[in-house]
Design a binder for this molecule. Structure first.
Ligand SMILES: [Zn+2]
Length: 125
């Protein structure tokens, strides 16, 4: 796939095997449609967030916030300020063990800027 199925803009770069990484564009620069591999990444992130919530026995409010934030990170919609606030809040609410593993999950889907904020606020370095 080298063109957007929506507007037929060229997809920047070449991504054989549709590998999701920080270098992979998430949305079509032409029309803003999320690319299919991004939709998969979002679905995977949501599933992981749900499992993390269960493992760490998070209450419903914390779980809802985590899912909402995960979705925003997955679509590159989170700002670093939002990530910092979420990180501090989650660490306080769920404790360092849960914050460490949730942070690791979020870092995999986050942009490098957001990943650095998550590392600092949730994983303590
Ligand atoms: Zn497009």
């Amino acid at each position: 796939m080298s063109k957007c199925k929506q507007c037929e803009s060229d997809i920047p770069g070449d991504f054989p095997g549709v590998l999701v990484s920080a270098a992979t564009p998430s949305h079509c620069p032409g029309c803003g449609t999320p690319y299919p591999w991004r939709e998969e990444a979002i679905a995977r992130a949501e599933k992981t967030a749900r499992m993390q919530a269960e493992i760490h026995a998070l209450d419903q409010a914390t779980r809802d916030e985590l899912l909402a934030f995960t979705e925003r990170v997955a679509v590159d919609g989170a700002t670093s300020e939002e990530a910092a606030t979420f990180g501090q809040w989650f660490l306080k609410k769920a404790g360092p063990e849960a914050a460490g593993s949730v942070g690791g999950m979020l870092k995999e889907i986050a942009s490098s800027v957001i990943a650095a904020v998550i590392q600092k606020t949730m994983m303590g370095s």
